[in-house]
Write a protein that binds this ligand. Structure first.
Ligand code: ZN
Length: 336
């Protein structure tokens, strides 16, 4: 009986050991799976929240701006166009190389072609393409990806739905035909042009806004989603781990929102400069000036909200990813 009991116990122990080994291998595989699950869930949460920026904009801000824009009569739109021309002349900005195009059906192809050539000949593009030579596959690829983008935005302007200032070597304001479409943004776009052409600090902001946003968001996402340490990792003394990646992860929301600061500040300065010029240029049309200021203020508010949503998206990405990983770690602890 004793022998049999001993063999039974031995067999049980072997089974337990085998299970423990199996459990440990499974645990590693499952932890990896759980981590990947966390990364996928975190990424999805990030996309869902980030995608609310255009939704919020089209629900809250665009209707208000559209309503203000629709209240402008053709005569008032003409007043804005003429006042803008005078303001441009007074500011001597054309001597700095600024182009102003009123996009119409007749000139849209010419405008698009001209802007594409300016982009291809800009210092920034030349810096990247010079190593590959004239008419290289790389240069054709850059041109091929830029031109359709320019055509899309020019079409928006031609239809009176938008107005733009293009920096980075293009130095161009695109507006709808005189007296038509969204003319209320004209002075705000001139504000962007002043930022780019006259002040080095605002020029740096203007030129860096896209890069800051892309790199800021990428840094947060990569650090938050690929962090090798376990969720809420602690060192041997029980203190939370330190280091650049851990810092980025802990402050993901703030950093992502801050990556939009150059954009938001530059937008705010462009609005203030545009308002200042409009105050002088439209002094005989106070109600029109009021509408323009209100429209520009709503436009600026949309950037603040976009900044907050971007921060919230990064914050939730990290939280969701950690939560899924942490749940699994707790499950493992309770089994052991
Ligand atoms: Zn703007």
């Amino acid at each position: 009986m004793f022998y049999r009991a001993a063999r039974e116990n031995e067999s049980k122990i072997m089974k337990i050991n085998f299970c423990a080994q199996q459990h440990s291998t499974n645990q590693n595989t499952n932890l990896k799976k759980e981590k990947n699950k966390g990364i996928i869930a975190g990424y999805l949460v990030n996309r869902v929240i980030s995608n609310q920026v255009p939704v919020v904009s089209s629900l809250l801000f665009l209707p208000v701006m559209k309503k203000i824009s629709n209240s402008i009569t053709p005569k008032e739109a003409d007043i804005i166009s003429n006042a803008l021309e005078i303001a441009i002349e007074k500011s001597n900005i054309k001597q700095k190389g600024l182009n102003v195009f009123h996009v119409s059906e007749e000139n849209i192809n010419e405008v698009t072609q001209k802007c594409t050539e300016m982009f291809m000949n800009s210092k920034m593009t030349k810096f990247f393409t010079k190593f590959y030579g004239e008419d290289s596959a790389f240069e054709r690829c850059i041109r091929g990806s830029f031109k359709p983008r320019m055509e899309y935005y020019a079409k928006e302007v031609q239809n009176g739905k938008n107005a733009f200032f293009w920096a980075n070597g293009i130095n161009t304001i695109m507006l709808p035909q005189k007296g038509k479409g969204i003319q209320l943004a004209s002075f705000h776009e001139l504000g962007h042009a002043l930022n780019y052409n006259f002040e080095s600090a605002t020029k740096i902001l203007q030129s860096s806004r896209q890069f800051a946003y892309i790199f800021g968001t990428l840094a947060v996402l990569l650090s938050a989603l690929t962090l090798k340490d376990k969720a809420n990792a602690v060192d041997e003394n029980g203190n939370k781990k330190k280091g650049v990646r851990q810092f980025i992860k802990n402050h993901a929301g703030l950093i992502a929102a801050a990556s939009m600061l150059p954009t938001t500040i530059e937008e705010g300065v462009a609005t203030l400069k545009g308002d200042k010029l409009a105050k002088d240029a439209l002094k005989n049309s106070p109600s029109l000036l009021k509408k323009m200021r209100l429209s520009n203020a709503v436009g600026f508010l949309s950037y603040i909200i976009a900044m907050l949503i971007t921060g919230l998206a990064a914050h939730c990405t990290v939280k969701v990813k950690d939560k899924i990983q942490e749940n699994y770690e707790n499950k493992c602890k309770s089994i052991n």
